[in-house]
Design a protein around this ligand. Structure first.
Ligand code: NDP
Length: 336
């Protein structure tokens, strides 16, 4: 059982010496327990925060433990009637080839017969899809005709946000890095306008948002923070609503700078609201039903970027910060 262990807490961008690959025996299930062979592990920007010993919504990954991640896998040994051998499951586990889990925890059985790939439970039908769904439907509550600006717009969450915004009749503007991703914003994800932020300073980004939305933006789905959020705050319409989903540009910075321009919230009587997808646990079934319905109608395009092998866990994770992932970043740990 190879496991991706946190050796020391990263300072800035995680480095190879912060981790170690350990080789351990496969666990044996006790009463009410079962062993999962992990096939896919989700690589999420939020995992960077879990590596720090800082106050957050979850305890930090303990040193010497495998790095926490959402996973999809199959039960291979079981002393639980609810999770017999062969059951496909998804839950909050770790980057390791085999995990011990028990009844009543976060692991749930999944139906893989109705989806193109079991990995979809880590993308469109997992936390990513639900973040996009509840961030738009509940936090932003869009009305047809409103202008919605999305940062990180070509990423896993952002690409779905733009499409859900369109389903609600919004005019959508996406911000992403590089010409290829910007082309995909309009061609693949239905954005009305794509903005490339790469190599541009704050003033240039602001000018592009203003050109795309001369009347200001009514709704903002913020994934990035830093200069992009700061420029956005100068382009708000009155009573704008900002769903604060993530601040990826700041996750590896040792000194958190943050957006400085919050005066504009007063000027425009705007609201900014942070949210966590886990808040919506009681409504996950609603979200999955809506997302699966749109998928069935061919209204949602979603992409997955799958790298293989536990030995590639760190370079695959770092893609999220380099922007070299094209779709939901997933690490494949074994064959289905
Ligand atoms: P993505 O698939 O969007 O991958 C991350 C992308 O972020 C990269 O591809 C890159 O795109 C962009 N990026 C990285 N560094 C920077 C930077 N310095 N400046 C600007 N853009 C950057 O990841 P996810 O869809 O999984 O996550 C997107 C956001 O959603 C994250 O902030 C994450 O923390 C947040 N999130 C929040 C949740 C919640 O419950 N609140 C739940 C899930 C995710 P590009 O090439 O365009 O730069």
């Amino acid at each position: 059982n190879r496991r991706f262990i946190l050796e020391r807490r990263p300072n800035g961008v995680p480095a190879a010496a912060d981790f170690r690959l350990s080789e351990e025996s496969v666990p044996e299930p006790g009463e009410g327990e079962f062993v999962i062979r992990n096939i896919y592990a989700s690589l999420d920007p939020a995992m960077r925060g879990w590596l720090d010993d800082a106050p957050s919504y979850m305890p930090p990954v303990p040193l010497g433990e495998a790095v926490r991640a959402s996973t999809v896998g199959k039960v291979v040994a079981s002393k639980s009637a609810d999770f017999p051998v062969g059951t496909w499951v998804s839950g909050l586990g770790a980057i390791e080839e085999y995990s011990l889990s028990r009844e009543g925890g976060f692991t749930r059985a999944i139906d893989v017969s109705s989806v193109p790939s079991p990995s979809n439970y880590l993308s469109v039908l997992g936390a990513v899809g639900l973040t996009a769904y509840f961030g738009v439907v509940d936090v932003l509550a869009p009305k047809a005709g409103q202008t919605m600006l999305v940062s990180g717009a070509a990423g896993a969450v952002g690409s779905l946000v733009g499409q859900i915004g369109k389903i609600h009749g919004c005019r959508t503007i996406g911000i992403a890095g590089g010409p290829d991703k910007v082309r995909r914003l309009t061609e693949d994800y239905g954005y009305d306008v794509g903005i490339d932020y790469r190599g541009k300073d704050r003033a240039a980004i602001e000018a592009e948002i203003r050109t795309a939305a001369p009347g200001g933006v009514d709704l903002v789905f913020e994934n990035v923070g830093g200069d992009i959020l700061d420029a956005t705050l100068d382009c708000l319409a009155d009573r704008a609503v900002i769903a604060l989903c993530g601040l990826i540009s700041e996750y590896n910075s040792v000194e958190k700078v943050g957006a400085r321009n919050i005066w504009q919230l007063i000027v425009h009587r705007a609201m900014i609201r942070g949210f966590l997808v886990s808040d919506y646990l009681p409504r996950f079934a609603e979200g999955v039903t809506a997302l699966a319905g749109w998928m069935g109608e061919g209204k949602l395009r979603f992409d997955e970027h799958i790298d293989r092998g536990i030995e590639n866990a760190l370079p695959a994770f770092l893609r999220l910060f380099e922007g070299t992932n094209e779709g939901k970043m997933i690490l494949q740990l074994g064959e289905p």
